[in-house]
Design a protein around this ligand. Structure first.
Ligand code: PDD
Length: 287
């Protein structure tokens, strides 16, 4: 089945999907995105993703090109046309086409692109063994809460990780651990407390993060949304990351230092199971 994508009102063959060279997304990274998982053709936490999408647009003064109801129909149609049961939906909205100038005209027509891809879920082996992370300096701008397509800091850090066969780079600002290049970062202290950076302007408030913290609290796991540093990180009993594409993934090695026992810890595994159940409830997908 040929891959079909959505571009500004049309469903087109993916190979022919294109935007104008003066789209401000192309020239300035002037735009935002969302990535939503789906299983059995049903989206996971669509409402939360759409809410974040609207917030990102508002922060950058970009108008929503279609209603959320219309966007949901486009997504459903695209899943059908691509014949995929499980996968990811990439939604990108840029400010649109304008003559190149840093300041933006008020009347550009925002561009909407939606693509569907195969699920990027890590292998069962990685999920059960846990993964390797490296730390990298956080070189990003100060509004990391906006899911902007401007991702140079993220991609350079992820590339550094990939080159040493690590799955993710944890971004460190001074001595503080902020988040991963495309995920949120957590430690579990020796007293069993889950610690993660608070959802300020300094990190992206992950949807998976929101759900996992809620599930943790509902299951009487102690949670502390506070800044933690690299000393606490290497001294932790457990570590893990969360994202839409990886769900809850144990971290067992950071910068070649073993975390805790070097195996996925009990609290991480409990949260992994709770989150899998959360997806099953919404979509029927069994893990
Ligand atoms: N990345 N932090 C950053 C910097 C991210 O890019 C992401 C998501 C997250 C986790 O957010 P969520 O749980 O809502 O996926 C945190 C997505 C998957 C991406 O870049 O494709």
């Amino acid at each position: 089945m040929a891959k079909i994508s959505y571009v500004n009102g049309s469903y087109v063959h993916h190979a022919e999907a294109a935007v104008h060279i003066e789209d401000r997304g192309y020239q300035f990274s002037d735009g935002i995105y969302e990535y939503v998982a789906f299983y059995n053709r049903k989206m996971v936490d669509a409402d939360l993703h759409f809410k974040r999408l609207e917030r990102s647009l508002k922060e950058l003064q970009i108008t929503m090109p279609v209603s959320i109801a219309a966007l949901s129909i486009i997504i459903r149609e695209l899943i059908e046309r691509n014949g995929r049961e499980d996968g990811g939906i990439y939604i990108q909205i840029t400010r649109g086409v304008a003559k190149r100038d840093h300041a933006f005209p008020k009347n550009t027509k925002p561009a909407l692109v939606v693509t569907i891809s195969a699920s990027k879920l890590p292998s069962a082996e990685l999920i059960s063994k846990g993964m390797k992370v490296i730390t990298q300096p956080d070189t990003r701008w100060a509004r990391r809460d906006i899911k902007s397509i401007s991702l140079l800091g993220n991609i350079m850090a992820k590339q550094a990780a990939t080159e040493v066969q690590a799955r993710e780079a944890w971004l460190v600002d001074g001595v503080n651990v902020m988040e991963g290049s495309a995920s949120n970062a957590y430690i579990v202290t020796k007293s069993g407390e889950v610690v993660t950076h608070p959802a300020t302007h300094a990190i992206l408030g992950g949807i998976t993060r929101d759900v996992v913290l809620k599930l943790a609290r509902a299951n009487k796991i102690h949670v502390s949304e506070r800044v933690f540093n690299t000393v606490e990180m290497v001294d932790a009993a457990e570590a893990f990351m969360t994202s839409t594409s990886a769900n809850v993934l144990p971290v067992v090695m950071i910068d070649n230092r073993r975390i805790g026992s070097g195996k996925p810890g009990p609290i991480t595994l409990q949260l992994q199971e709770l989150y899998a159940k959360h997806i099953t409830e919404q979509t029927g997908k069994q893990f």
